[in-house]
Design a protein around this ligand. Structure first.
Ligand code: NAD
Length: 499
């Protein structure tokens, strides 16, 4: 069995704590590796190395730092298949989906090549007589990131690319479920020319996270994961005086108006509801058709599409729509929630509970489920299921659909399908959710815009990537300078008479 490592000061370092977590191949259910879980002391060592390396990196001019990112992009493209294969093997998502995971991270690295432009600062010439004011954006020092299992390439890159482009050192504590790709990314970044100690990967669980939260040298923390942990990290990190941004869970709705193209809406729901086995924070988990006739037409279109879904291991290539969920515990939680939906009176239109795949009986596969007539008081509506389960809540009017989504405590993403521009505009203007799709089911903004939810889906005031990332990973210093008039007023060419 493979024993994974940390990546500290440019080297693979074995875990010292004696504690490990199992890393599964979700398709077979086998433990394929064990990952070390760092102690407080191991984290402190990485922080010490980061703090020593960071000033020299911050002193490298931004254009040269950007060149290291350029090379990193080249290497990511070179190793794309290798990264995606390792990602699928630990996460379970299909190979094309794993490539998308790397690609969406790579695009943020590309955006961060613009660091020299983003870090230029501001200048006011002549703010007063002989007075100029200028503001510069300086690196924070040592930053840390704690990331979830579901995007083991993309989300670490969303954090460390801007942090490092700004001149910070970064410590990544990836998910213990799929830590191999983060380790590969750190190695690749160094191959691109990043100095040792600027990007380190310290594997671990709560102990390592708490060590980050309490370490006085760490200036900022980025977190992406479930809402209870996001709230915990935000609270403890902020009370320790750190800059913290935390992105939590989701319950994304898709409203289907009676005038929507029903085939288009059904196709969109299939991809957004079941893609990656529903393990996306931007997955659509609630369909809200407006009017019973719309609901009936939608369900009629969805059922045959769901029945055709191909569930299997990533090794089956293009023949698979989605793979297993990440762990046996995740599978159990999903099936438990499905049972609660049945017990609480929802109509299970497509029942995936008996699903089993020949040759992969021990894998963590979950068949697709479709619920109809879900009501807001049911657990399957209130909780994030994070599995291939789509719930339909019927609304009788646009206003009712809008209110339903607005009253939910989560607010990551949402979509509306309609042919009416006025409805779409009204919706985008009124809804209290961070990312909106109009006839687009998964509205993940591109790298040069920002990503972030509202309500219990995000804590903190700046979003991920885009211009916000350059604000989050720097602090502003403003200089007001006055230079008294100098030689230009005339040199002294004559001996002055002594008074
Ligand atoms: P998780 O909250 O279980 O874990 C996230 C990270 O927190 C991991 O690194 C984990 O080791 C650490 N952690 C777990 N328990 C902890 C504890 N008690 N104390 C301290 N640290 C702890 O999340 P996950 O299961 O890995 O990821 C799925 C969740 O992430 C879903 O809720 C999903 O919606 C969310 N997510 C959100 C976004 C977003 O941008 N809003 C993006 C991706 C995933």
């Amino acid at each position: 069995m493979q024993e994974l490592t940390h990546y500290i000061n440019g080297e693979h370092v074995k875990g010292q704590s004696g504690r490990f977590a199992d890393v599964y191949n979700p398709a077979t259910g086998e433990v394929q590796a064990k990952t070390p879980l760092a102690s407080v002391e191991e984290m402190a060592k990485a922080v010490e190395i980061a703090a020593a390396a960071q000033p020299a990196w911050a002193a490298v001019n931004p254009q040269r730092r950007a060149r290291v990112l350029m090379k990193f992009v080249t290497l990511l493209n070179r190793d794309m298949d290798k990264l995606a294969e390792a990602l699928s093997r630990e996460h379970g998502k299909t190979f094309p989906d794993a490539k998308g995971d790397v690609q969406r991270g790579l695009e943020v690295v590309e955006y961060c090549i613009g660091a020299p432009q983003m870090l230029k600062g501001e200048f006011t010439d002549g703010a007063g007589p002989g007075i100029d004011i200028y503001s510069m954006r300086q690196a924070l020092g040592v930053s840390a990131g704690i990331t979830p299992f579901n995007f083991p390439a993309m989300i670490p890159m969303w954090m460390f690319a801007p942090a490092i482009a700004c001149g910070n050192a970064f410590i990544l504590k990836p998910s213990e479920r799929d830590p191999s790709v983060p380790l590969m990314l750190a190695e690749l970044f160094e191959e691109a020319g990043l100095p040792k100690g600027i990007l380190q990967v310290v594997n671990g669980d709560k102990e390592a996270v708490d060590a980050i939260l309490d370490h006085p040298t760490i200036q900022s923390i980025g977190f992406v994961g479930s809402t209870p942990i996001a709230e915990y990290i935000y609270g403890r990190g902020c009370s320790n005086g750190k800059r913290v941004q935390c992105f939590g869970g989701a319950k994304n709705h898709m409203i289907i108006m009676p005038d929507a193209d029903m085939d288009q809406a059904a196709d969109a729901l299939i991809g957004a509801g079941y893609g990656a086995a529903g393990e996306r924070c931007m997955a659509i988990s609630v369909a809200v058709p407006v009017g019973d006739e719309t609901a009936d037409r939608l369900i009629e279109k969805l059922v045959p599409r769901i029945e055709k879904l191909k569930v299997g291991p990533y090794t089956a290539g293009d023949d698979v729509d989605y793979g297993p969920v990440v762990t046996a515990a995740a599978k159990e939680k999903i099936l438990g929630l499905v049972q609660s939906g049945v017990d609480q009176g929802a109509e299970l239109v497509v029942d995936g509970r008996g699903f089993s795949l020949q040759g992969y009986e021990d894998g963590f596969f979950v068949g697709p489920h479709l619920f109809d007539k879900v009501t807001p008081d049911m657990d399957i509506y209130k909780q994030e299921i994070f599995g291939p389960v789509l719930s339909t809540v019927r609304a009788q009017s646009y206003e009712e659909a809008l209110k339903l989504a607005m009253d939910h405590e989560m607010g990551n993403g949402i979509a509306i399908f309609t042919r009416d521009g006025d409805t779409a505009r009204d919706f985008a203007s009124k809804i209290n959710v961070g990312m909106i799709g109009i006839n687009v089911p998964i509205p993940v903004p591109l790298a040069y815009h920002t990503f972030g939810g509202w309500k219990k889906s995000a804590f903190g005031d700046l979003n991920q990537h885009g211009p916000d990332a350059f604000k989050f990973y720097t602090r502003t210093k403003t200089v007001t300078a006055r230079w008294p008039s100098g030689l230009k007023d005339g040199g002294e060419f004559h001996f002055k008479a002594m008074d």
